[in-house]
Design a protein around this ligand. Structure first.
Ligand code: F58
Length: 825
């Protein structure tokens, strides 16, 4: 059947002219929101704008799907429990290439264009770097025209909103869906059952012994689809998020027996699964719901892949040729066992063939070496919720350990280390081991991190399968983190590079290197930065009441609050400068504004105390007339994608000061640098590669290396000696303990100072002196405006490597072996 749309209608829905946009907008306001312009609220206007843009995405999306299908293309499935997407509207306007036209259309309709864009609630479906990486990767996959599906969870409540009250973090729930989400399309008929609890039974089927899982509860996963459009291309990929619902025929038994309440309870229980994103805190123990979330989205996603494969190929024999599934950390690693279950129990395949397919389908990305962050599940809990999967994992383990035993005769210690089950303290499933055994590739997220993966947590596996291990250094999308966040910088870059090609090929920025001595460029460069700083200062003033001087250096640390990231090291430096100024009021240092941003996990006491400390220091310093604004401290509340976009352009100095060996990669480091901030940082994660790229003269390095830190700890690290022997360090800590920052309360910050002086697990005390000294040099460097500007330009010019386009290209070439499939209009 050929369906030819009438010309006018097609024009309104998908036309790209200014006229078509205006018409579509007015139509959508009227027909989708039921409003006339005179009575429309800002939210109505936003919805009309969003639908206008979505229509254009849908057109591309449907065509893309058809193109991929016709090409029979190999598809990447990105399995991630988190996607920290950020607002869609502006990004989609940029990727569609109609930003200017839309702005003009808005003007002609007398719309508050900026206000409309500000209105969008962002989907905060992630905690931090890992979730944001998934979002950047979705942008790059589409931009590189790679057939890909992002699978995840449609949390009803995303990451909490952060308020600061009396210096403390207060969490507020994030009801992001309440105003309605114009970007998603519900697919109520696309749903899969997911079993939970119960027991297994054996039965005979044509002479084969088979197992069936008899669950206690079945939950349905319903698909919600969002189109992700690439930049400057017509490819729009699918982000498919699962929402948990009670099966349509839920518990009629209870209804019939009059247990109405019981039946509704089962429904509520089912829907709890996708209710809320877990903030990354607290030990995993007892977190049944989190395991249910993981299994829920993994099972739906794999059932969807199986459905697609059966629809096109008619059999599952070549599933691994048609699909590859990337495990974004171990959160989806139960997929290894679930695919085995689907193949063996539901599709009656033999074990060997099923295993061959499974281990050629998955690839696993590790994002952390922190022992407390490595996922394990108690065997008891796991078996209660996923009894059939536990049996399958036992069998995978049995076969795997046989292989280890034959390869390393008599080495039972090694067998114990590599086992999927840790028997040290109670029996626990090691999800990283499961992911490694069940994958054809394993990668870390920065060169140094990938080396550490091989030499520490997965050392034994590296010895067994060295060819499985890769590095793919992270990257970030320049669309969101330059073009959307910093349009003035984007215009400048385009003007000085001769075209806007850099947006799709960040290495083009190298062109700027030839102009680093051009005074005209310097002038414009400083104006762009100054403008961003003013805009940020105004915004922050409105939000927090804190006034900051846009003329001061903006020294920024923005990331999750964690001891390993060492926001307290930064705080000690601030106190040191404060004391120096108090002792020597004439001291000539450049004015600095210290800006912090980031959320602490709600259950992480020490991180919350660090937030309180920062705010308390600010309270004292900001009001001290003797300091007179030379130092200011501001905590920017509610660091999310939207707010991050305001912050990166305004930064002069980027703080990347984690203890070496702890930050797997970091991606904020890249975002700051792309916006012209210089970095003060340790040799950790991607800092190492950033420094290599921008040149060591354009990066403020300090601190112990990972090896030095490790050696020092092995030899007996004594932070107390450092405290005793360094007068400035001692007086900074003593000042905290004196109660100066806590209205005389000498106990408030004691847990923090005691931990630093007596344990200091992240070696803040050891890195204090090198950090403070390096900061003095930063201060001097900032005074030399021309030199600073030159370094800033070079930082931006040399960021090509850190585009997520490059990361995705690496995944395609080294791991997935997939090719682009351009969609045509
Ligand atoms: C981050 N991990 C790494 N985890 O810390 C960072 O170095 C890296 O750049 C980034 O991944 C991307 O590779 C991270 O953000 C989480 O947020 C987890 C969420 C689920 C619970 C445990 C933490």
């Amino acid at each position: 059947m050929k369906s030819e749309a009438p010309v006018e209608r097609e024009h309104t829905r998908i036309g790209m002219s200014k006229q078509a946009l205006k018409q579509a907008y007015v139509d959508n306001l009227f027909y989708l929101q039921g409003r006339s312009p005179e009575v429309a609220t800002l939210h109505d206007l936003y919805m009309a704008a969003a639908y206008t843009v979505r229509d254009r995405l849908l057109d591309r999306w449907v065509r893309t799907a058809r193109t991929y299908k016709d090409a029979g293309a190999r598809t990447v499935c990105y399995l991630s429990a988190e996607y920290l997407l950020g607002p869609h509207l502006v990004n989609n306007l940029i990727n569609l290439g109609i930003m200017d036209k839309a702005r003009k259309a808005g003007k002609e309709l007398s719309l508050d264009f900026e206000g409309i864009m500000e209105t969008e609630e962002e989907p905060g479906l992630g905690n931090g770097g890992l979730g944001r990486l998934a979002a950047c990767f979705m942008d790059s996959l589409a931009t590189l025209q790679i057939p890909a599906i992002g699978y995840g969870i449609r949390y009803e409540y995303g990451i909490f909103d952060q308020r600061i009250e009396n210096g403390w973090q207060v969490e507020v729930s994030d009801a992001w869906l309440r105003p309605g989400n114009p970007w998603e399309i519900a697919r109520p008929k696309l749903r899969f059952p997911v079993k939970l609890g119960g027991h297994t039974e054996q039965y005979h089927d044509n002479g084969n012994l088979r197992v069936r899982w008899v669950p206690d509860l079945v939950v349905d996963g319903v698909a919600y689809d969002t189109a992700i459009l690439g930049y400057g291309v017509n490819n729009a990929n699918l982000l498919r998020l699962w929402s948990a619902h009670a099966p349509e025929s839920f518990d009629f038994q209870s209804f019939n027996t009059g247990d109405y309440y019981g039946a509704v309870h089962a429904k509520v229980q089912a829907e709890t699964i996708s209710k809320v994103l877990y903030p990354n805190d607290e030990p995993e123990a007892g977190k049944e719901l989190r395991l249910e979330q993981q299994y829920f989205f993994v099972s739906c996603s794999l059932q969807d892949m199986v459905r697609l494969q059966l629809a096109t190929a008619g059999s599952l024999d070549k599933l691994h040729e048609k699909f590859t599934a990337q495990l974004n950390d171990t959160h989806p690693s139960v997929a290894v066992a679930e695919l085995m279950r689907l193949l063996i129990d539901e599709h009656k395949m033999g074990w060997d063939q099923a295993w061959e397919i499974t281990r050629n389908t998955f690839a696993y990305t590790n994002h952390t070496l922190l022992p407390e962050a490595l996922e394990t599940w108690s065997v008891g809990l796991f078996g209660r919720i996923l009894p059939r999967l536990l049996e399958i994992i036992y069998e995978i383990n049995r076969r795997f350990l046989d292989q280890v035993r034959t390869r390393f005769l008599g080495d039972e210690a090694r067998v114990a280390r590599m086992s999927l089950i840790d028997e040290t303290y109670g029996r626990r499933l090691r999800m990283a081991n499961l992911a490694t055994v069940g994958s054809y590739a394993v990668n870390g997220v920065a060169a140094m991190h990938s080396e550490l993966v091989k030499s520490t947590i997965l050392e034994d596996f590296y010895e067994l399968w060295p060819e499985k291990f890769h590095n793919v250094t992270n990257g970030v999308t320049p669309r969101r983190f330059i073009v959307v966040s910093n349009p003035r910088l984007a215009r400048l870059l385009t003007a000085h590079c001769g075209s806007d090609q850099w947006i799709g090929d960040l290495a083009c920025l190298r062109e700027l290197e030839k102009q680093t001595n051009d005074p005209g460029l310097h002038q414009e460069w400083r104006e762009v930065k100054a403008h961003a700083k003013r805009a940020f200062a105004n915004w922050l003033g409105r939000q927090t009441g804190i006034t900051i001087d846009p003329e001061a250096m903006f020294d920024v640390q923005a990331k999750r609050i964690h001891e390993y990231k060492r926001q307290h090291l930064n705080a000690l430096h601030i106190i040191t400068l404060y004391q120096r100024l108090k002792q020597n009021p004439g001291l000539d240092i450049p004015p600095r504004t210290f800006i912090f941003a980031g959320k602490a996990a709600p259950g992480y006491f020490m991180a919350k105390l660090i937030i309180k400390l920062i705010n308390s220091i600010g309270e004292v310093i900001n009001q001290d007339p003797q300091i007179n604004g030379t130092l200011r401290v501001a905590f920017m509340p509610d660091f999310n994608v939207k707010n991050a976009q305001r912050l990166y352009p305004a930064a002069d100095l980027s703080e990347q000061i984690s203890m070496a060996g702890k930050e797997a990669s970091g991606t904020g480091n890249m975002k700051f640098s792309m916006n012209g901030a210089l970095t003060i940082g340790t040799l950790d994660g991607a800092n190492v590669e950033i420094r290599e790229e921008v040149g060591e003269d354009n990066f403020f390095l300090f601190g112990l290396t990972a090896e030095q830190a490790q050696r020092m700890q092995a030899e007996g690290y004594r932070p107390r000696d450092l405290y005793k022997d360094n007068p400035e360090l001692k007086s900074a800590i003593d000042l905290i303990d004196s109660g100066l920052f806590s209205h005389g309360d000498t106990e408030l910050f004691r847990p923090l100072t005691e931990s630093l002086v007596h344990q200091d697990p992240f070696m803040v005390m050891a890195d204090y002196q090198p950090y403070v000294s390096r900061q003095t040099e930063v201060g001097h460097a900032y005074r030399d405006l021309e030199h600073w500007t030159r370094m800033s330009i070079l930082n931006v010019a040399r960021m090509g490597k850190f585009s997520s386009d490059r990361s995705i290209q690496d995944y395609c070439d080294r791991i997935w072996k997939v090719q682009p499939v351009p969609a045509q209009m």
